[in-house]
Design a protein around this ligand. Structure first.
Ligand code: KIV
Ligand code: ZN
Length: 525
């Protein structure tokens, strides 16, 4: 077995506890249907060159089978399947076909290695969709498989809507196509209605009936596609049909990355997939389809290896196995520590070190305090935010105590109110309060400070510059100011806050402290 992190064998022991109840095959084929069922995702359509690009990436990933498309549906689709088949990839190239000779012939003419023949078998589909009797469908299925085999192509057969098909009839169909020479028997849970126990029961029944290896194709209507696929392998299915990012009709198919990693880490099977290419493959499909995976998507989502709680970060830093059952590198992803209100000093310190920002202990405390404060206000702190906060603190907060401390800043503003601000400072131990009006809230706050700086020092505001650190209305405001003293010395300082007024006040106070610090240096020198 063997999981992919050092967790002192706990997972191996856990696997041992249930593996005896299963019948897991030594190897499982990965049949990728991103270019066929995945393309049935509403709003998704690949041009032939895009299909080729995806096929090359799937081949790099080392999937066993690439279902390149359904050539009979359009000329573009036929061209795409041909292009993929002519590319000389290592993977088996497959094309989808109904039970008609025309469909199968198209797949053969495209140069595909295999044909995936399907016909619906549930009474619902037979009556309402196909207008066929069970006997007619059985006859069509067998006829199609025989015709394809006579024309020298590998055949995979699917009984569409298998999970809602009468079990005896389903077994009869599978038995008949098996005898007709089908090379693989696929069980589609077309509308995603199965639960793992039901899939296992069905897969066992079918396996007993046929000699060909069985395959599973699960849809995610109840969010069970991955579980069901993994469950089927647990009772001997030797192939899974999956799609990158779980793309596919409606809620999609079982996701390739989830199934592959679950088989590897939870059953100890090693499909021949180059797992390090999973994140890259997922990103390519996101770009080409315009469908982004949710951040909390397993394996490839942005948060799949992101740790926020201080307790978790502490654990990860001590030993990654505490909160990671896979190492992010194994799937081409990376570990991240997110900062928010759950952050601890350790996570902040670690993140700063990663960003090569040096901060003294007291400065890390202050950055942590700020991060939590922002987290409490619902703000997510990006790396850019953290760097800016840290730099503003490190630049302006020398390790010794500042001469000027901001105790309070308030502003009142609105369409019928003149913007008014008051600030309370402690300057070298003495409390000072100033207030002023302005043309806007920032102007009022700066004027309130200036009303005090006159008393404290002769400082002029030479420049004021405002930036947003990241996009969005909750971006941190980054204010840079330039102050000038009576001897024309310049003091540049920054303020970073989620509130533009507070960022401006902070930049001013930081500038004043720079002035005090330089005065002390002059006096001591
Ligand atoms: O979901 C389904 O039944 C299918 C078949 C074509 C296998 O995609
Ligand atoms: Zn499907």
């Amino acid at each position: 077995m063997g999981v992919d992190v050092d967790d002192k064998g706990y997972m191996d022991r856990f696997m041992e506890s249930y593996k005896g109840t299963l019948d897991v095959p030594d190897q499982v084929k990965i049949f990728d249907t991103t270019l066929r069922d995945g393309e049935q995702t509403p709003g998704v359509s690949f041009a032939p060159d895009q299909k080729l690009r995806v096929a090359r990436q799937l081949d790099e990933l080392r999937v066993d089978v690439i279902e390149a498309g359904f050539p009979v549906v359009s000329e573009g689709e036929e061209i795409s399947v041909k292009k993929v088949a002519e590319e000389g990839l290592d993977a088996e190239i497959c094309g989808l076909a109904r039970t008609s000779v025309e469909d199968i012939k198209k797949v053969i003419d495209c140069g595909a290695d295999s044909v995936h023949i399907f016909i619906a078998t549930s009474d619902l589909h037979l009556e309402k969709k196909l207008d066929l009797t069970r006997e007619e469908a059985l006859r069509d299925a067998v006829g199609a498989v025989e015709w394809a085999k006579d024309h020298g192509i590998l055949v995979e057969f699917s009984a569409e809507d298998a999970t809602r098909t009468n079990l005896d009839y389903l077994k009869e169909v599978y038995n008949a196509v098996d005898e007709a020479g089908a090379d693989r028997i696929n069980i589609p849970d077309t509308v995603g209605v199965a639960v793992p126990a039901a899939i296992q029961n069905l897969a066992r029944e079918v396996r007993e009936e046929v000699r060909a290896p069985i395959s599973i194709h699960c849809h995610d209507d109840f969010g069970l596609a991955t579980s069901n696929s993994v469950a089927a392998v647990g009772v001997g299915a030797e192939q899974v049909q999956v799609a990158v990012n779980g793309l596919g009709e409606r809620a999609g198919n079982a996701s390739l990355e989830e199934v592959v990693m679950a088989l590897r880490s939870l059953y100890g099977i090693r499909p021949k997939i180059r797992t390090e290419a999973l994140a890259k493959t997922s990103n390519l499909l996101e770009r080409l389809t315009g469908i982004n995976v949710p951040s909390n998507k397993a394996i490839v989502g942005d948060n799949a290896f992101t740790h926020e709680a201080g307790i978790h970060v502490h654990g990860i830093l001590e030993s990654p196995g505490t909160y990671e059952v896979l190492s992010p590198e194994l799937v081409g992803h990376h570990r991240r520590f997110a900062l928010g209100k759950h952050a601890g000093k350790k996570s902040v310190k670690n993140q700063l070190e990663e960003m090569e920002v040096e901060a003294a202990d007291g400065q890390v405390d202050e950055v942590t305090r700020r991060v939590k404060e922002l987290g409490d206000k619902g703000k997510k702190i990006t790396d850019a935010d953290l760097r800016a906060i840290a730099e503003s603190i490190i630049e302006t907060l020398p390790q010794e105590e500042e001469a000027v401390q901001l105790k309070e800043a308030t502003v009142a503003t609105g369409s019928t109110v003149t913007p008014t601000s008051s600030v309370r400072l402690v300057v070298e131990g003495e409390e000072k309060i100033g207030s002023a009006i302005g043309v806007g809230p920032v102007d009022a706050a700066i004027n309130a400070l200036r009303s005090l700086t006159g008393e404290i020092a002769e400082l002029r505001l030479k420049e004021y510059h405002l930036d947003a650190i990241t996009g969005g209305s909750d971006a941190l405001a980054d204010v840079t100011i330039k102050l000038e003293d009576a001897q024309n010395n310049l003091y540049i300082s920054k303020g970073i806050r989620e509130d533009v007024v507070l960022a401006s006040v902070e930049a001013m106070v930081n500038g004043i402290n720079r002035y005090f610090a330089s005065r002390e240096t002059d006096e001591s020198g």
